[in-house]
Write a protein that binds this ligand. Structure first.
Ligand SMILES: Cc1ncc(COP(=O)(O)O)c(C=O)c1O
Length: 482
C-alpha cells in the first residue's frame, strides 16, 4: 500500500482490496438522531445499529472478512469433540506463534477469566503497560490489583514517540523491588494498547521486559488482540525489523512470553478467542476451566464456521496489505482532523482515530464525563457512533468515588476494510462542524449505573439542554441536509 505513489504527490490511503459484498446503511434526520440518543441514555453502546450511519464503536467482530475466509467456513466440521476444524485452527496458530498448546475460548475476555482464575491470588498485583477494561475487571474480581507501568510518554496526547505502549523498564524494576516477586501475579503486555489510543509496543521493549521477568521468575503474558496493527508499526517504525518477514516477527515475539491470548474478534477477523502456551503446567491448570466456562476443548464456545474463518484470518495477518489497512486509514483521518486544529492522539495508533475530549471539551469538568458527552454529540452531529474511553469506562474506587481516567478519549474505530475514503471525509466534516460548535456541548450525569463495566449499559442524562441546542444549531447550519 505504502509503495504506491500518486503522480500528484498526494498521500492517499489506497485500498488493496475490492468490495464484493455490501451492507446498506441509513442516515436518519438530526431530530431522529436526537431522539435515539435520548432513548439510549446518552450511551452509544445502547444505540440500535439500524439508527447508526457509520458504526465506529469498535473493530471487535465487525472487520470485513475475505473471500477465502467465507470459503473456508463451508468446510467446517461440526462435531462436539475432536472436530477437524479445531485441528486446522490449532495448526494455523502453531505455525504462526510456534507455541505447543492452544486452548479455545469464546472471546478475549473469556481468556482473561481463565488466566485470572489460574494466576491471580487475592492481594497480588498484575503489572502491565496499560489495562483493558475487561482485563482489569477479571483481576479485581479475583481480589487482585492492577498497576500500570507504561512510559510517561504513553499518556501524552500528542508526541512523536513511536512506541507509546512500551513499558517503562525503571518502573518495572522498581515495582518488582517494592512489591516482591511472590506478590506479583504476572506482567502483562498489551499489543496496540487500546485505552491509550491504540499505541504500539516495540520488540526491543518486549525483549527487555522478558529478560527481567525470566530472571525474576515472573510469568509474562501477551494480550495479542491488537497484534495486527502492532506488527505494521514494528515494520514501519522499528528499523531492525524493516526487512523481516511478518511471521518471523510474530515467532520472535511469541518466544518471549509464557502465555499469549487473543480476541479472535480482532486478531483473525472472526468471532472467538484463545490461549497459547508451551508450559505444560500452565496448560494443565488452565485447561480445567475451558469445559467449565467455554465448552469442550475442541471448540471452546466458538462456532466451527468462525473457527475456520479465524484460521484463514490469522494466516492473512502475515500480509502487509491486510494489516496496514486500518493504521493507514487511521493516520489519514487523524491527519485530516489535526490539520484543522482538532485535538487527536498523535502519532496515530492502530484500531481507530482518538479524539482528545479533555481539549475538545475543555469547558466540561471530568466529573461530567467530557468523552461520553462528546461521543453522544458526535452521534447527533453525524449519526457516527464512537466509543467513550475515559472516566465512564473506569470502575469506581472502593470508597465509591469516581476514578478519573488519565485520558478522556473518544475512539472512532476503523474496522479492517469496512469504511471508504468518502466516509472518512464525511466524518472529518461533521467533527469539524462539531468542533466549531463545541461550546454548546455540555456534561452528563449517571441516572442508572451498573457496578461492573458500567460503560456497557449505564444510562446518563445531559446536565442541561445542550443536546437540543446542538440539534437546532445543526438545522440552522445544514438546512434540510441529513
Ligand atoms: C486489548 C484487548 N484485550 C481484550 C479484549 C477483550 O476481547 P473480547 O471483546 O473478545 O472479549 C479486547 C476487546 O476489545 C481488547 O481490545
Amino acid at each position: 500500500m505504502s509503495e504506491i505513489r500518486f503522480f500528484s504527490g498526494e498521500s492517499v490511503p489506497l485500498e488493496m482490496h475490492k468490495v464484493r459484498m455490501v451492507q446498506k446503511v441509513n442516515l436518519l434526520p438530526v431530530e431522529k438522531r436526537l431522539n435515539c440518543i435520548i432513548d439510549a441514555g446518552f450511551n452509544t453502546f445502547l444505540l440500535k445499529n439500524r439508527d447508526v450511519f457509520l458504526d465506529m464503536l469498535t473493530d471487535s467482530g465487525v472487520n470485513a472478512m475475505s473471500t477465502d475466509q467465507y470459503a473456508a467456513m463451508m468446510q467446517a466440521d461440526d462435531s462436539y469433540a475432536g472436530s477437524e476444524t479445531f485441528y486446522r485452527l490449532e495448526k494455523a496458530l502453531q505455525d504462526l506463534f510456534g507455541m505447543k498448546y492452544f486452548l479455545p475460548a469464546h472471546q478475549g475476555r473469556a481468556c482473561e477469566n481463565i488466566i485470572s482464575k489460574t494466576l491471580v491470588k487475592p492481594k497480588s498485583t498484575a503489572l502491565m503497560n496499560y489495562h483493558f477494561t475487561t482485563t482489569k475487571a477479571h483481576i479485581l474480581l479475583m481480589g487482585g490489583y492492577v498497576e500500570e507501568i507504561v512510559g510517561d510518554g504513553g499518556l501524552v496526547v500528542q508526541s512523536s514517540e513511536p512506541f507509546k505502549g512500551d513499558i517503562d523498564i525503571s518502573k518495572l524494576n522498581e515495582a518488582i523491588k517494592r512489591i516482591g516477586t511472590d506478590k506479583i501475579s504476572f506482567v502483562r503486555i498489551e499489543a496496540g494498547t487500546n485505552l491509550i489510543g491504540g499505541q504500539p509496543v516495540s520488540v526491543h521493549n518486549i525483549r527487555e521486559v522478558s529478560q527481567i521477568c525470566r530472571k525474576s521468575g515472573i510469568k509474562l503474558i501477551f494480550d495479542a488482540s491488537l497484534l495486527a496493527d502492532n506488527l505494521y508499526f514494528i515494520k514501519m517504525r522499528e528499523s531492525e525489523y524493516k526487512n523481516t518477514e511478518i511471521v518471523e516477527i510474530i515467532r520472535e515475539i511469541a518466544s518471549l512470553f509464557d502465555i499469549i491470548y487473543f480476541s479472535g474478534r480482532k486478531l483473525g477477523a472472526a468471532r472467538g478467542g484463545g490461549i497459547l502456551t508451551s508450559d505444560d503446567e500452565l496448560f494443565i491448570k488452565m485447561r480445567e476451566f475451558v469445559p467449565l466456562y467455554e465448552g469442550f476443548l475442541t471448540y471452546g464456545g466458538m462456532s466451527v464456521r468462525e473457527m475456520e474463518a479465524m484460521a484463514v484470518g490469522l494466516r492473512e495477518t502475515t500480509d502487509i496489505d491486510v494489516i496496514s489497512q486500518t493504521p493507514v486509514f487511521v493516520e489519514a483521518l487523524s491527519n485530516m482532523l489535526h490539520s484543522k486544529g482538532i485535538p487527536v492522539v498523535l502519532p496515530p495508533g492502530g484500531l481507530g482515530c482518538h479524539l482528545d475530549a479533555k481539549q475538545f471539551c475543555s469547558h466540561i469538568p471530568q466529573t461530567q464525563y467530557p468523552a461520553g458527552a462528546l461521543a453522544a454529540a458526535l452521534y447527533i452531529a453525524g449519526g457516527i457512533r464512537g466509543m467513550e474511553r475515559g472516566t465512564i469506562s473506569e470502575q469506581r474506587n472502593e470508597d465509591g468515588s469516581d476514578h478519573p481516567a488519565e485520558m478522556e478519549l473518544v475512539r472512532l474505530a476503523l474496522p479492517k476494510r469496512v469504511f471508504t475514503l468518502s466516509q472518512i471525509k464525511y466524518t472529518t466534516d461533521r467533527i469539524e462542524w462539531l468542533y466549531k460548535n463545541r461550546s454548546i456541548i455540555g456534561g452528563l450525569k449517571f441516572i442508572e449505573e451498573p457496578k461492573v463495566l458500567r460503560f456497557f449499559f449505564g444510562r446518563l442524562s445531559p446536565a442541561n439542554n445542550w443536546h437540543k441546542e446542538l440539534t437546532q444549531q445543526f438545522r440552522n447550519d445544514f438546512g434540510d441536509s441529513l
